[in-house]
Design a protein around this ligand. Structure first.
Ligand code: TYM
Length: 339
């Protein structure tokens, strides 16, 4: 009998989500889930232990429920193959993380650019920030997940996951199924090279909830008029040419990318529509309207979803996740003579 494959993703919650999280990871995951949930497992979890690497507010539980509602509001269709769970309720994640810590090297983790970015200029950095990618590897390897739809900023962590899994398998036998290479993940998601939505004020950087300037990011709970203002004040360039060129025109390219994703249009189609145009104001106006319509629609769908629906899904999902994860953990413990 062939094994039923698994698609898995996680979305950290500290506070509200950005449009970048939504378009880069959540929406592609929903599309994949709806296309494949008849014959694949779809694991959607909240990495709440990852959340506590940085300061959290008292709203973690409510934010966590809201973030799972986002999948439903984005159109996820529920069936018995969709599994929602919290990382902290499946202790095998932390356990496998420790075991993988004994395989990973300081050098491998030191190379992680996210760690470098997050620790830069800080006098003291917690070990959780350093070890973050190993816990992520455990999240993935426990379930033999082949497809892990994430934004382009997480590709390096996926590579590390493959590397740790491979090292483990070489030493102890074929215990883990490795996730596909990021290139193939992107192909599976049908996005060229992964998605990276840019910071509206500084389009060299990714849109991030940790960026200082509030008008650099669109939050999924922004009032539509606020989002319009943010788009209208986005940084562009002085080339007066509307074309997709992330290297020389990251601001304009970002707007084209957002326009395509919120309208569910192929990027190429949007690029062709604007080819030969040079009024940046017109493009901003169009994107602002698209984003505002998109947010209005999304927020009204979100308001209809009840907390109980999520708790019910979590109850079933956590039972499933514990059964799969514990089975894999036992295999791993056996090779270390821990059992
Ligand atoms: P997190 O919570 O920082 O981000 C969640 C997802 O959003 C994507 N993303 C973006 N995509 C495009 N443009 C952007 N500007 C942008 N900003 C964020 C991220 O790539 C991610 O897919 N380490 C993960 C959470 C995690 C995880 C896992 C994911 C923990 N364990 C196992 C998959 C599998 C993270 O911090 O994502």
């Amino acid at each position: 009998m062939t094994r039923q494959k698994t698609i898995l993703t996680g979305l950290r919650v500290n506070n509200e989500l950005t449009l970048g999280n939504f378009l880069g990871a959540l929406l592609p995951m929903v599309r994949l889930a709806n296309a494949h949930s008849a014959d694949m497992h779809i694991n959607i979890f909240v990495p709440d232990l990852h959340s506590i690497i940085s300061e959290i507010d008292g709203e973690l539980q409510q934010n966590l429920v809201t973030s799972l509602k986002y999948y439903l509001a984005a159109g996820l269709k529920i069936n018995q193959n969709i599994h929602f769970y919290r990382q902290s309720r499946v202790p095998a994640h932390s356990e496998l993380c420790w075991i993988l810590n004994c395989i990973a090297t300081m050098g491998e983790l030191n190379r992680m650019t996210q760690y470098k970015d997050k620790s830069e200029g800080r006098e003291s950095v917690n070990v959780g920030i350093f070890d973050y990618p190993v816990l992520m590897a455990a999240d993935i390897l426990l379930y033999d997940a082949e497809f892990v739809p994430v934004g382009e900023d997480q590709f390096q962590h996926l590579e590390l996951t493959r590397r740790l899994g491979e090292k483990f398998n070489k030493r102890f036998g074929e215990i883990f199924v490795l996730p596909a290479e990021p290139r193939d993940q992107a192909k599976f998601m049908e996005v060229d090279g992964g998605i990276r939505i840019r910071d509206l004020q500084n389009p060299e950087k990714k849109m991030s909830k940790s960026s200082a300037a509030p008008n650099s990011r669109i939050m999924m709970n922004d009032a539509p008029e606020v989002a319009i203002k943010k788009i209208m004040s986005a940084t562009t360039d002085s080339l007066a040419k509307i074309q997709f060129d992330m290297f020389n025109q990251p601001g304009i390219s970002n707007l084209l990318q957002i326009e395509a994703l919120v309208n569910d249009l192929p990027l190429q189609e949007v690029i062709s529509t604007w080819a030969g145009e040079n009024h940046y104001g017109d493009l901003k106006q169009k994107v602002a309207t698209s984003v505002s319509t998109f947010l209005t629609d999304f927020q009204s769908k979100l308001a209809e979803i009840k907390d109980e629906t999520i708790f019910e899904l979590l109850e079933n999902g956590e039972e499933y996740a514990n059964s799969i994860a514990n089975r894999k953990l036992t295999e791993v413990q056996q090779v270390f003579h821990l059992r």
